[in-house]
Design a protein around this ligand. Sequence first.
Ligand SMILES: Cc1cn([C@H]2C[C@H](O)[C@@H](COP(=O)(O)OP(=O)(O)O[C@H]3O[C@@H](C)[C@H](O)[C@@H](O)[C@H]3O)O2)c(=O)[nH]c1=O
Length: 392
Amino acid sequence: MSIQTVNQHWDIFCAVVDNYGDIGVTWRLARQLAEEYQLDINLWVDDLNSFSHILPALTPDKRSQTFNRVTIHQWNVPLEINFVPGAVLIEAFGCELPEQVKSQLIAQQQNPGDTPPLWLNLEYLSAENWVEGCHGLPSMQASGIKKYFYFPGFTPRTGGLICEKSLLEQRTAWQSAPENKLALFTQLGLTGIDVQDKVFSVFSYEAEALAALCQLWQGADQKIHALIPKGRSLNSLTHLLPCSVAELAPGQQIVIGNLNLHILPMTDQPSFDRLLWSCDFNIVRGEDSFLRAQWAAKPFIWHIYPQEDDYHLVKLEAFINLYCDNLAPEIARCWTELNLAFNQDQQSAVTLHWQNLDSVNLPLLQHAQKWPIYALNDADLATRLVQFVKNS
Ligand SMILES: Cc1cn([C@H]2C[C@H](O)[C@@H](COP(=O)(O)OP(=O)(O)O[C@H]3O[C@@H](C)[C@H](O)[C@@H](O)[C@H]3O)O2)c(=O)[nH]c1=O
């Protein structure tokens, strides 16, 4: 008699396109599923070097390693590690699964005594209305297996947003004691920041609008600290730097008028979250830091990932409409114009709208504090995903 063991683990495949967003999202999801739902998670990643920027403890040339209860496997072609199908298979952002994996799914499908894992494609986050209609739809693959489209989103009829169960509580506790932020700045090697100084984090793509804001901040009537990791934002600020971007060192400080520009080290995600909690304003980008700025409950600019034919502006406006619903018109206008100007690289408009922020700072902050509960609706993405799997 043969006893068939049913493997209950989940596999997540992530191909790093560019930047850190794909691995940033899948790593957060993997951790949350392992920690909060006690699931055995294998995270297969094709670029461990990129991954090590946001998980410095990772060894990029190791084939398998475990962090936070997640087994991280190197995904190379052909796959060197034996793939054992589990209960769920997630391909992130339409990455093409390895041939070895696909052929095993087909073999399982053709074997009457066997069931292939539930196959999901995790899509990019968008606030557009059509997402509700597409979330959860199956698509029949040539193999005869169904693949489901799982769309994150801001409304109850979407797949939800990644947010760990105790995150908002932790953030509130952190923000209630100013010594926390000062200790973090010291830990990151940043010096000379006093408790009353204005501190802005900057994690954007290249932007002339950022150069314009820096020029404005130089002449501010109080000290401003802009915390910027080595990377794409600095490519737009080379005229302010004493050396090339490559030669900059974390902790280095460049003082121009009242602007103190600090070079940030890249940290792991929990430290990055705490950095956003600790700043007065955050300029973020892409998908994951965009969401984390919302959970930070601070005003922010979203530098959206540029897409062909300016399609990103459609996505930006969809989010702006949601975020500004319930916001007084003059505050909504101010925040909208600032975000549009930044994303369209309008230098004089961005400085004008930044100056207008002064008059709406408090209500904008209050809105940012209420927003996370509203955006999460009844449940976060991991909770909805586990439910989706149970119901399928
Ligand atoms: C600066 C910094 C970032 N991070 C993390 C936070 C996020 O998880 C990640 C950055 O991801 P994002 O904010 O999404 O921005 P990104 O520009 O790096 O990623 C983008 O990649 C494209 C391929 C996608 O299409 C975009 O939607 C977007 O996700 O890096 C750290 O953990 N530590 C750090 O010090």
